[in-house]
Design a protein around this ligand. Structure first.
Ligand SMILES: Cc1cc2nc3c(=O)[nH]c(=O)nc-3n(C[C@H](O)[C@H](O)[C@H](O)COP(=O)(O)OP(=O)(O)OC[C@H]3O[C@@H](n4cnc5c(N)ncnc54)[C@H](O)[C@@H]3O)c2cc1C
Length: 189
């Protein structure tokens, strides 16, 4: 069977790596370099297990393992979340990928919120986001602030670098350029 994947973000690239030794698989992306506007917070155990399936040692990409998560000012012990270098991770995967397009038996839409082949999700929730890289000299915890119409975050990326951002249901609350899915039915813009 021949498989054509459209979109080489995390989903498409992961699927390509998973299939490439078993099927004829090709992948294309409209971008010339991997997408990554964001830092990535992810559960350690699941990531370690999943990425080992495509031969990647996840430990080499971890930027920070914060002790605490502070949600709306309340401190919780962080048992599983780590920050990892998604930009470098994807760049390394792209070096192993042979991009191309051909007639296929199965076409996979991995174009993220673009949903280039699939129909749009009905009644999807859209969040407009702004995001920045900032330097701060504070302890490396994960900060999340949630309110009814949106949320904000600050993630440590090591060496005093922080990924800071906010998303709001109203367009005035964010930046249209950073559109990505975040959760099952929610899209950030
Ligand atoms: C600010 C922000 C912070 C986030 N933080 C986290 C986090 O901490 N942890 C977490 O787990 N998730 C986080 N997310 C969500 C995460 O980024 C997405 O869930 C993830 O990127 C989805 O991956 P994907 O491969 O499905 O789609 P994308 O990453 O959107 O990749 C889609 C790819 O398809 C390509 N494409 C588009 N159209 C076409 C076409 N016609 N043909 C070919 N290629 C095409 C695009 O160029 C892109 O490379 C965050 C998102 C944002 C916006």
């Amino acid at each position: 069977m021949k498989v054509q994947i459209y979109g080489a973000g995390m989903s498409g690239s992961f699927l390509y790596m998973l299939l490439r030794d078993h099927l004829k698989v090709k992948i294309t992306d409209v971008r010339s370099k991997p997408p990554c506007e964001c830092a990535w917070e992810i559960p350690y155990n699941e990531a370690k297990r999943l990425y080992s399936l495509i031969g990647v040692d996840f430990d080499g990409y971890i930027l920070a393992k914060p002790d605490h998560i502070i949600i709306n000012g309340i401190e919780f012990k962080n048992l599983r979340l780590v920050l990892f270098d998604k930009r470098r991770f994807l760049a390394d995967l792209w070096r192993e990928i042979e991009f191309g397009e051909s007639r296929a038996d199965l076409r996979v839409d991995a174009t993220g919120t673009e949903r280039d082949l699939l129909p749009r999700i009905k009644d999807d929730k859209i969040y407009f986001t702004v995001q920045f890289l900032e330097k701060h000299r504070i302890k490396e915890d994960i900060f999340i602030y949630i309110r009814r119409t949106g949320y904000a975050w600050a993630f440590p990326l090591s060496n005093r670098l922080w990924h800071v951002g906010a998303g709001e249901r109203k367009r005035s609350g964010g930046n249209e350029a950073s559109r990505r899915s975040f959760g099952e039915n929610t899209i950030q813009r």
